[in-house]
Ligand binder design. Structure first.
Ligand SMILES: [Zn+2]
Length: 73
């Protein structure tokens, strides 16, 4: 059975898929880094819309994979 190698999304280091308990990351540290980046970029303030986005009224800025959920005022 060939060894399946994947690149860690955080540091691009090649890892052995079957041997890494933190796959697809090379280590717990990289996993936490990626998780932290994801939280920072996508969910800066969970459950609370950013004041800047509300004030500018520019829907083109929104990410396509995260549809805005705003209540009509
Ligand atoms: Zn890594």
């Amino acid at each position: 059975m060939p060894v399946q190698r994947v690149k860690c999304p955080t540091c691009q280091r090649e890892i052995d898929w079957a041997q890494s308990p933190f796959r697809p990351f090379c280590s717990e540290r990289c996993r936490l880094i990626d998780l932290g980046a994801w939280l920072t970029e996508k969910h800066a303030i969970p459950g609370e819309p950013a004041p800047d986005e509300l004030g500018q009224g520019n829907p083109g800025v929104q990410d396509s994979d995260t549809p805005p959920q705003r209540r009509p005022s």
